[in-house]
Write a protein that binds this ligand. Structure first.
Ligand code: SF4
Ligand code: SF4
Length: 305
């Protein structure tokens, strides 16, 4: 793809600072210093999807060196791909969730989300009235988690639904986001131009924009990362839940599933009839959010009781 074509499309068409700097640099014909040469390499690299395995390994190794230097610890960047015969699905038992928000905080820590200014949280837990049922427009996301569960209320966590027909993917003008074979929708942080088209297209508010350089204290940085998941993001790109791609492609549960004190979260392979998620789907009355939009989420809600 011609890099100059990447500023088109919906939204502001804002280009990330790195690319903008490089264009300015090219325009004035400045001398290529070693740092700038490195930026140029990043600027002209292909989308992650088009890279050869050797290119990916080379790139990943250079990120590992860069992050290890930056955070003062040994950082690994996995490029593990989807496993054959696996399509991930997620279940949330609304009858169990007590709204403690531990999943939110575990997700922030696991996935290296910006701690403040901007504070980014991929999971939001909504408090709703039992009397009114599910009514997102009248839910409260700022309730006091120290006082839960409150009488007359129930709690509904919302995060990326990993849609099978994702509008966010369709709207991206540069192909920086796509759906992997195992159902996880990912973002190439080096290809994203920050136009935020995907954010306006997502009906679940599941995408988040780095308005400023993310604040990630070195001592809190999780060094086990994935290239399409929780590796540090730059300012000016969009990010979202990836079902903890760095964990689930290694056979582990997402961090939110592991931390939940009441077992409200279920996860597994939808193609395996014995998996926990299939058991839930086969035995409970499940529903999906905003079914009428035909986004076909891989995220299911149910009441076990
Ligand atoms: S929930 Fe939003 S961000 Fe996630 S796949 Fe669906 S449209 Fe995309
Ligand atoms: S940790 Fe479990 S109970 Fe607590 S808010 Fe998250 S899903 Fe609900």
């Amino acid at each position: 793809m011609n890099p100059s074509s990447k500023s088109g499309g919906c939204g502001s068409g804002a280009m990330d600072p790195g690319r903008r700097d490089v264009l300015k640099f090219l325009a004035v014909g400045a001398t290529v210093a070693s740092g700038a040469a490195c930026d140029l390499e990043g600027f002209f690299r292909k989308s992650f999807r088009e890279l050869s395995p050797a290119d990916v390994r080379r790139m990943v190794t250079s990120w590992e060196r860069k992050y290890s230097r930056q955070y003062g610890k040994s950082v690994t960047v996995s490029e593990a791909g989807p496993m054959d015969g696996v399509k991930f699905g997620y279940g949330l038992d609304l009858s169990r969730c007590v709204g403690c928000r531990r999943c939110v905080y575990a997700c922030v820590e696991e996935n290296n989300q910006s701690r403040k200014e901007p504070q980014i949280q991929w999971i939001r837990v909504l408090e709703m009235d039992k009397a009114h049922g599910i009514d997102i427009n009248h839910s409260d996301v700022y309730y006091d988690a120290a006082e839960v569960p409150r009488p007359g209320k129930f709690y509904m966590p919302v995060q990326c639904q990993q849609c099978d027909d994702p509008p966010c993917v369709k709207t991206c003008p540069v192909g920086a986001t796509w759906k992997e074979k195992d159902g996880i929708v990912v973002v190439d942080y080096d290809w994203c131009i920050g136009c935020r088209c995907c954010m306006s297209a997502c009906p679940y508010g599941a995408r988040h924009f780095n308005w400023a350089e993310p604040s990630l204290p070195a001592e809190e940085m999780n060094p086990k990362t994935h290239v399409l998941g929780n590796r540090p993001r730059p300012k000016g790109v969009v990010e979202k839940c990836t079902f903890c791609i760095q964990r689930t492609r290694e056979g582990l549960y997402p961090a939110c599933v592991e931390i939940c004190p009441v077992g409200a979260r279920k996860f597994g392979n939808l193609l395996d009839p014995d998996s926990e998620i299939r058991q839930a789907m086969d035995t409970k009355r499940v529903f999906i959010l905003k079914e009428e939009l035909a986004t076909h989420p891989s995220f299911f809600y149910f009441y076990a009781t």
